[in-house]
Design a protein around this ligand. Sequence first.
Ligand code: FAD
Ligand code: NAD
Length: 466
Amino acid sequence: MPEKFQAVVIGGGPGGYVCAIRLAQLGFKTACIESRGSLGGTCLNIGCIPSKSLLNLSEEFHKAKNLSSKGIEIGNIKLNLSKMMKNKDKAVTILTKGVEFLLKKNKVSYFKGFGSFKTKNDISIKDKDGKESLIHADKVIIATGSEPVALPNVEFDETIIISSTGALNLDQVPKKMVVVGGGYIGLEMGSVWSRLGSEVHVVEYLDYITPGMDKEISNEFMKILKKQGITFHMQHKVENIKKNGSKAIVSTIDKSGNKKNFDCDVVLISVGRKPNTRGLNLEKIGVELDERKRIKTNKNFQTNLSNVYAIGDVIAGPMLAHKAEDEGIAVAENIAGQSGHVNYDTIPGVIYTTPEVASIGKTEEQLKEQNIKYKIGKFSFMANSRAKAIDDAEGFVKILADEKTDKVLGAHLIGPHAGELIAEIGVAMEFGASSEDIARTCHAHPTFSEAVKEAALSVDKRAIHS
Ligand code: FAD
Ligand code: NAD
């Protein structure tokens, strides 16, 4: 007889493992199935964590090379890429093992293998040797995540034509790298390899980078990245990519119809990710997908089958680890009869470049489109004493507040530690705060967070330091 579980989660990424832990906390006999051989999903294994490790190490390398101008002489700075990669791998191993420990601690049964539906309650698990076992589930939560989108007729070989996974594992610094797509992955991984010495060219379909972000921030971001040495080819569409020996040729066409070829050592394709439902047998049990092949769910994360739920990258919404985690908690609480909820208006987005870019709530463009009257408060890090003291003063904070009520509607930051500073605004927005609430909150001096306070003051045109 197959072992019986009250809840089975398919996928051990930030959505799946967090959901499994919450279900176990709520008293359900829970299992989590993961095929990768290690927990933590895309995020811990080939996403957030290794990319942040390389972003940090490459930034340290870049900074070390410039220390002499600040009065610190440390001699010849050399890159040891394989050691850098080992450091990154160590961070991944520690964290994925940590998740395994957390599952054990919470008495979640961890099955290493590929999960698929036999029926809506019976899940087959195939291990890496092809051995199949069966478990029974009252409730099933699908958290199988996403995978990179390729371009038509182009295949990833992960050495010359690479996805983000290859970009996290190159064994030498490419002399020239073409990045297709100026979004999260292209700009983070482009920054890493640019700092390590590559000549980086970003080919972007649109006339701006980071679609969906506030345009003023996106323009400033591009200006700063250009200064750092990244070249942008905007409104260029990639028509074809061909390998030529150890090189690639990227053929593009711009908006005026001009064709251009880029020779490079490596081409990173970062044009988005797609939901991963492969092999789950969803057609067999009749789970409905939407027009973009994402699993269709209601506001309780329930699919059209009452015992089957889905969360994270495999459903609609931003493909972000914290969104997947929050959905994991919300669905577990809903299954337990509680009122799990995710506020999609306050999900922050952060790009971990230098400077960092962070965004929450409505952009100016969205407010205009929705005919919402707003006030803007802005404050430059150039006028922030901490930023000036450490010579890290690029960027600004922008707060958007309702013209009548002063309620904070959105905030967009580019600058030092923007990814941390955005949390304050998230809390403020969750509590329905006004910009005046932020402005009247005492912020420690000298901190970067004073720029947030000053931007809030500036909503009412009463910033002190500008
Ligand atoms: P995943 O993390 O994709 O996990 C799904 C898991 O399910 C995988 O481990 C997969 O092996 C497993 N699986 C799939 N099918 C089956 C099956 N049939 N049986 C068993 N197991 C299965 N987001 C951020 O918020 N911040 C960042 O800094 C960030 N950086 C990123 C950097 C990169 C390079 C990439 C690629 C992504 C990044 N993301 C980041 C996005 C983030 O990784 C995803 O949004 C997040 O991992 C989604 O979580 P998930 O649990 O839905 O899916
Ligand atoms: P993205 O959606 O962020 O950016 C894709 C870019 O490619 C867009 O600017 C788009 O206009 C462009 N594009 C699309 N087709 C193109 C083409 N044919 N030619 C040229 N440009 C083209 O996608 P991504 O960078 O692949 O990242 C995928 C997702 O992973 C992100 O949306 C994000 O949700 C997640 N992620 C998050 C983080 C983070 O939170 N820091 C980091 C990495 C990835």
